[in-house]
Ligand binder design. Structure first.
Ligand SMILES: Cc1cc2nc3c(=O)[nH]c(=O)nc-3n(C[C@H](O)[C@H](O)[C@H](O)COP(=O)(O)OP(=O)(O)OC[C@H]3O[C@@H](n4cnc5c(N)ncnc54)[C@H](O)[C@@H]3O)c2cc1C
Length: 369
C-alpha cells in the first residue's frame, strides 16, 4: 500500500496539468492513467489556445479562459526550464473568418456580446476586412470577406505539452502510472483508496479527471457528471514552408514543424472515433476556401478523436459534498485551460475549496434539466 497526498485518476492533459500543479506546491501525487487504447482527447486535438468565442452567456468562463491564456507563457517557460521540453507556444492571435455580410454582422454581434459580458475586464477585438486579413494571412482565398481577430489566441504543440507535464511531474517527485485503469474507488471523507492490478494507493485527496471515463467513476464519489463524446476529424499535410502565422478557427493551423492541421468536425456519434470521407472533405473544403494554395499540398494522415463535452460546453469542477477531498475536473478545452488548471485549479484543490472564481462550474447548474 502506498500513501500519497493526492491521487489523480486520468493522465490526459487535464489530470496531468492538475497533478503538476499539485506537485509544484509540494504535494506527493500519483497519476493513474488508462491504456494506450483508451479514448484520449489529449492525443488527438488541435493544439489551439483559444479565447475568442469562449463564454457566451457565461462571463466567468470567458475570464477563466483569458486568465489561462495570460498564464500560458509562464507555463511554457516553466515546463521548458524544468524539463528542457519546448511546447512551442506561439501567441500571435487568431481569426474567425466570415464569408458573407450576414456572417460579418453575426460575428460582430458575438464579439460585442463578449465585450459587454466582460464588463470591467474589457474584451479587445478587431473586425478585419479582406485586405486587412490578407496582410495577416498570405494567400487568402477570395471567398473570405474578412474575419474577427483577437490577440488573446495562440497555439502550442499538444503532444509536447502532455509529455512536458508528465516529465515535470516526475521531476517534482510525482508518479505517473500507465495501464492503470481504475475500476472502483473506495471513498470516505478525506480518505480514498484505489486499487489497480497489484498497486494500491491511498490519499486524503482524489481528483477524478479521466475525460470521458469520468462518467463511470463519478458515482463512487456521490457525483453525477454528464459528459458526451463529440467527434472531431483531423487531417495532417506534408511539411511545407511556413506561410500561416496564426490559427484560423474552423480548423486550420500550421504547426511549428510545417505541417498543416486541418478539419475539426463536431459530431455526436457516440464512441465511434472512425474518420469518414464526408467529415474529412468538410475540413478540406473549408481549408481550400480560406487558403486555395493548399490544393497543392499533400495530405499524409488523418484521425478522429472524441471531445469531452458537457451539456452546456462549459467545464465541470466540483468537490464531492458526500466525500470532501474528492474533486472532479473536466472540460472540452484542456489545452487552452492547461495553465489555469496547473496554476489556479490545483491551488484550490490543494487548499480544499473551490472559490467564487470557479463556483459556477459545478454540476448543480444542471439540476432540474
Ligand atoms: C479533435 C479535437 C480537437 C481539439 N482541439 C482543441 C484545441 O485546439 N484546444 C483546446 O484547448 N482543446 C481542444 N480539444 C479538447 C482537448 O483535447 C480536451 O479538452 C482535453 O484533451 C481533455 O483532456 P482530459 O485529460 O480531460 O481527457 P483525455 O485526454 O481523454 O484523457 C483522459 C485520460 O483518462 C484516462 N482514463 C479514463 N478512464 C480511466 C480510468 N477508469 N482509470 C484510469 N484512467 C482513466 C484515459 O486513459 C485518458 O488518458 C480538442 C479535442 C478534440 C477531440
Amino acid at each position: 500500500m502506498t500513501f500519497h497526498d493526492a491521487i489523480v485518476i486520468g493522465g490526459g492533459v487535464v489530470g496531468s496539468a492538475i497533478a503538476f500543479g499539485l506537485a509544484r506546491q509540494g504535494l506527493k501525487v500519483t497519476v493513474l492513467d488508462g491504456e494506450d487504447v483508451a479514448v484520449r482527447a489529449s492525443r488527438g486535438n488541435a493544439g489551439v489556445v483559444w479565447v475568442q468565442g469562449k463564454g457566451y452567456g457565461r462571463p466567468e468562463y470567458q475570464l477563466w479562459t483569458r486568465r489561462s491564456a495570460e498564464d500560458w507563457p509562464n507555463l511554457a517557460a516553466e515546463l521548458l526550464d524544468n524539463t528542457g521540453l519546448n511546447v512551442r507556444l506561439e501567441k500571435r492571435g487568431g481569426v474567425v473568418p466570415y464569408f458573407s455580410e450576414e456572417g460579418r454582422d453575426k460575428r460582430k454581434a458575438l464579439m460585442e456580446q463578449l465585450r459587454t459580458e466582460a464588463g470591467n475586464a474589457g474584451f479587445e477585438y478587431d473586425m478585419l476586412d479582406h485586405q486587412e486579413l490578407a496582410r495577416l494571412v498570405p494567400g487568402l482565398g477570395p471567398k473570405v470577406l474578412g474575419a474577427s481577430y483577437t490577440a488573446y489566441d495562440g497555439q502550442v504543440n499538444p503532444l509536447n505539452l502532455l509529455r512536458a507535464l508528465h516529465a515535470a511531474l516526475l521531476r517534482l517527485g510525482g508518479h505517473y502510472v500507465s495501464n492503470a485503469r481504475v475500476a472502483t474507488i473506495e471513498a470516505a471523507p478525506h480518505a480514498f483508496t484505489v486499487r489497480t492490478g497489484p498497486k494500491t494507493v491511498t490519499a486524503p485527496k482524489l481528483i477524478l479527471a479521466a475525460g470521458l471515463g469520468t462518467v463511470a467513476l463519478a458515482s463512487s464519489l456521490g457525483l453525477s457528471v454528464p459528459l458526451i463524446p463529440q467527434r472531431g476529424q483531423t487531417l495532417i499535410t506534408e511539411r511545407v514552408d511556413q506561410t500561416l502565422p496564426l490559427p484560423i478557427q474552423g480548423g486550420i493551423r500550421q504547426t511549428h514543424e510545417g505541417t498543416f492541421q486541418l478539419g475539426g468536425t463536431a459530431e455526436f456519434t457516440g464512441f465511434d472515433d472512425r474518420t469518414t470521407t464526408h467529415g474529412l472533405c468538410k475540413g478540406v473544403r473549408f481549408a481550400l476556401d480560406c487558403l486555395p494554395y493548399l490544393a497543392g499540398v499533400k495530405v499524409v494522415r488523418a484521425w478522429a478523436a472524441l471531445r469531452v463535452m458537457s451539456p452546456d460546453e462549459f467545464p465541470i469542477y466540483e468537490q464531492s459534498a458526500e466525500f470532501p477531498g474528492a474533486f472532479v475536473a473536466t472540460c472540452h478545452s484542456g489545452i487552452t485551460l492547461a495553465a489555469a488548471h496547473a496554476y489556479r485549479l490545483a491551488k484550490y484543490v490543494a487548499l480544499g475549496d473551490l472559490p467564487a472564481e470557479v463556483a459556477c462550474f459545478t454540476t448543480r447548474r444542471f439540476d432540474g434539466e
